[in-house]
Design a binder for this molecule. Structure first.
Ligand code: GDP
Length: 355
């Protein structure tokens, strides 16, 4: 616990929700993230998006701009959204066995042509176990026969452009997949028809395929871009759902909560650790403890949650992904904190052994 206070960033003083993307292999998790990240970058304007260590940070302003067409008056109370990039991270395996989830909310990607697959069920079980809320991205809608691309359009707008035949195909697949969720004991509904979010999980149809756009001029110009239908819906729903239902969980706290995502050797830096700062502020010169190892970090004077950060320091070699990072406050006893770190590591290790 820090002794000093951090000023409120907004009325409610919420931190950014942390979101992860889960689902079966090849459902389009990577493409979907590209798409979420890519829109403004292609226009040569990064819109404040920063791709961080194993995570991408989207400022609220960027989300507001991109969802304007959907809801011009969207009120965003959180500073932004932090999306964890690589669900394959080691810590996710560790976190599986831990009660506490790193993510506040998840996107569960399902391929509309394949429905629920083995790893979808696995992800579902993990989410249920951790009691993590999620939104279903029903991806690859462009694979419906005759789909007309409407780049980055809100999904209802895109759906209205489709022929009756495409809409019928969509409804057929949707009902089939809702039935499969029902078999898993879960009610699902298209997000814009969902009147009881919380009990019924929302489905956002999406498309994240890279398409070639032929623009005729004196020379043929080919533009490669992601289709992106439903992405504005997904972003807005994520943020609004999180800020509406997780106020307590997202309330900014001065207590540093920080999880190690990955331990990596980087040339010129030695062993580094990538961490997600879930809550609190890390400041230059802070003394940190990871699994009983000690070090300091540089470069940033101060970083406020939620953010993904790379820490380089001596003695990080033995850090274990999935464990917590502790900050030693001025009134704290270093030995006590070391003990807590070791206890945390033991609990992670025991759970890994068991699983
Ligand atoms: P991941 O394994 O879940 O990360 O899946 P990827 O993002 O790597 O995508 C797997 C394959 O599906 C790739 O060949 C993608 O081009 C393709 N793909 C991803 N999203 C879409 C989509 O929305 N529509 C179509 N038609 N293909 C997609």
């Amino acid at each position: 616990q820090r002794s000093d206070d951090h000023p409120a960033q907004n009325g409610q003083n919420l931190r950014s929700p942390i979101c992860c993307i889960m689902g079966h292999v090849d459902t389009g998790k990577t493409k979907l993230l590209d798409c979420i990240r890519g829109t403004n970058v292609q226009e040569g304007e990064a819109g404040g998006i920063t791709q961080q260590i194993g995570a991408t940070y989207f400022p609220a302003e960027n989300i507001r701009e991109r969802t304007m067409e959907l809801k011009a008056d969207a009120k965003l109370n959180v500073p932004g959204l932090l999306v964890i990039d690589t669900p394959g991270h080691e810590s996710f395996t560790n976190l599986r066995s831990r009660g506490s989830g790193l993510c506040d909310i998840a996107i569960l990607v399902v391929d509309i042509m394949h429905g629920l697959e083995p790893q979808t069920i696995e992800s579902l079980n993990l989410l249920k176990m951790r009691n993590t809320d999620f939104i279903v991205a029903l991806n690859k809608v462009d694979r419906l026969n005759g789909w007309k691309t409407c780049r980055n359009a809100p999904i209802r707008k895109a759906m209205n452009q489709q022929t009756k035949n495409v809409q019928d195909q969509f409804n057929g697949k949707l009902n089939q997949i809702r039935g499969q969720f029902m078999e898993q004991g879960l009610n699902t509904e298209l997000y814009y028809k969902n009147k009881s979010m919380g009990e019924t999980f929302s489905i956002v149809p999406t498309s994240a395929i890279r398409t070639l756009n032929f623009v005729a001029s004196s020379h043929m110009l080919v533009i490669v871009a992601n289709s992106g239908e439903g992405i504005p819906d997904l972003l807005l729903l994520l943020v609004q759902w999180a800020q509406r239902t997780m106020v307590k969980r997202l309330t900014y706290s001065n207590e540093v909560q920080c999880t190690v995502l990955e331990v990596k050797v980087v040339e010129g830096h030695g062993t580094t650790i990538d961490v997600v700062l879930v809550n609190g502020v890390l400041r230059e010169g802070d003394q940190v403890v990871v699994c009983g190892l000690q070090g300091t970090y540089l470069h940033h004077k101060e970083i406020k949650a939620a953010q993904g950060i790379k820490i380089t320091a001596q003695g990080l070699e033995h850090t274990i992904a999935g464990t917590s990072l502790y900050v030693v406050g001025p009134r704290d006893d270093l030995e006590n904190i070391k003990e807590a770190a070791m206890e945390d590591m033991k609990s992670v290790m025991t759970r890994i052994d068991k699983s």
